[in-house]
Design a protein around this ligand. Structure first.
Ligand code: GDP
Length: 367
């Protein structure tokens, strides 16, 4: 009897020991398990890198002298509109053929049919009464009408007012190759010259070269660039750039975006998302659409697509130094109802100027 009693007690103790061992081992294993990764928010879904600028940055050219130089370049550019205007003003007599030729020149210089008809009708009326014998009078009438077409009443200032002490956020959008990245770099330089603190965000993550190019601009003009890996989520990079801009207390964050136009829906989704995600922490104060002025009608088609995708608040016309036909300024403004705010007149660091109707028309007329 005693024997069986101690056998049962022994068995129970053995079972207890085994159970304790199992519990202890599994607890230890559980403790050794890595902590579950906290859920990553889409805004921080991408690891970003901050590229610091070099020290000893050259001082940018003063805004005043840059404008004079740029105007001279515009006047000297091989511009169809400027040539047509010069030709018209060189005639002693304005007959039907001359008007037809002038009309054709205006249309071929991307002014658009509507504005061309308006301009020619007004000029014909005024010059028919007063005659063109006095070419300086004809030039005055022409200048006045062109300035009206370009519309001097539009507000062309950049909205660089951040709200609640946060930086102003400027999104730069447009088709690849139009000059977005270059514009971001040049604009950063202008703002630095105006004693503003700036941060660049490389949200064109489709091409590694784009982020590389933007950080090179950043280093050159003395501002930091936040960039992600190639293929990273552009919205996440943009968000983190703005987040850093807020933490650093900078005045302006410039966000360079991708502009692949393979599918309109893809573009819409992506740009819309970038804007929405940024606006979780700070309002976007400007959406600048960059258009290559040499692409004429094609530029207009692009402009319409972007207008449907994001609320464009200003236009940047690049490459007006080349074979661009100046008339595009009038057409694209009318089409979008948005002012041209900046113009690009070369590849150099200081080749960006604020747009202004009188100066532009003077440049076109070679004055
Ligand atoms: P993105 O793809 O839109 O970012 O375009 P990039 O900034 O890389 O510019 C494409 C090319 O256009 C580069 O070779 C620039 O140097 C050139 N570019 C940009 N702006 C101007 C301009 O105003 N005038 C001229 N001539 N070239 C420009």
């Amino acid at each position: 009897m005693d024997y069986f009693f101690w056998l049962i007690i022994g068995g129970v103790i053995l079972c207890l020991l085994i159970a304790t061992g199992i519990i202890w081992t599994s607890n230890r294993r559980a403790l050794r398990q890595p902590q579950a990764t906290p859920e990553v928010s889409p805004e921080h879904g991408t690891e970003v890198e901050v590229i610091e600028p070099e020290t000893g940055i050259e001082v940018p050219e003063a805004a005043g002298s840059r404008l004079v130089r740029l105007r001279r370049r515009l006047a000297g550019s091989n511009n169809a509109l400027a040539r047509g205007l010069a030709d018209l003003l060189s005639r002693d007599r304005l007959d039907e053929d001359t008007w037809d030729e002038f009309e054709a020149t205006l249309i071929s210089s991307d002014l658009g049919v509507g504005p061309t008809t308006e301009l020619v009708t007004t000029l014909r009326k005024e010059l028919a009464i007063e005659g063109v014998a006095d070419s300086s009078h004809a030039a005055t009438v022409l200048r006045r009408e062109l300035v009206n077409l370009v519309d001097p009443t539009m507000d062309r200032s950049l909205n660089l007012q951040g709200s609640d002490g946060k930086p102003a956020v400027v999104m730069v959008v447009g088709v690849n190759g139009t000059g977005k990245t270059t514009t971001c770099g040049k604009l950063a330089r202008v703002l630095v010259a105006e004693n503003k603190t700036v941060l660049l965000g490389a949200a064109d993550t489709f091409r590694a070269a784009a982020a590389e190019q933007l950080s090179t601009w950043g280093e050159r003009v003395g501002v930091e660039t936040v960039r992600g890996e190639e293929g990273a989520d552009p919205a996440s990079v943009a968000y983190q750039a703005v987040e850093r801009g807020i933490a650093d207390g900078v005045d302006v964050v410039l966000i360079d975006t991708a502009g692949r136009l393979h599918t309109k829906t893809g573009l819409m989704d992506q740009l819309g998302k970038v804007k929405r995600v940024i606006e979780k922490i700070a309002p976007v104060s400007e959406v600048l659409l960059v258009l290559d002025a040499t692409t004429g009608q094609n530029g207009l088609v692009q402009a319409r697509i972007f207008r449907d995708v994001v609320d464009v608040s200003g236009l940047v016309l690049t490459k007006l130094d080349g074979s661009a036909k100046g008339g595009i300024v009038v057409q694209v403004q009318r089409e979008l109802g948005v002012p041209v705010k900046l113009i690009g007149l070369g590849e150099g660091v200081d080749d960006l100027a604020p747009f202004e109707a009188e100066g532009f028309v003077n440049g076109l007329m070679g004055e």
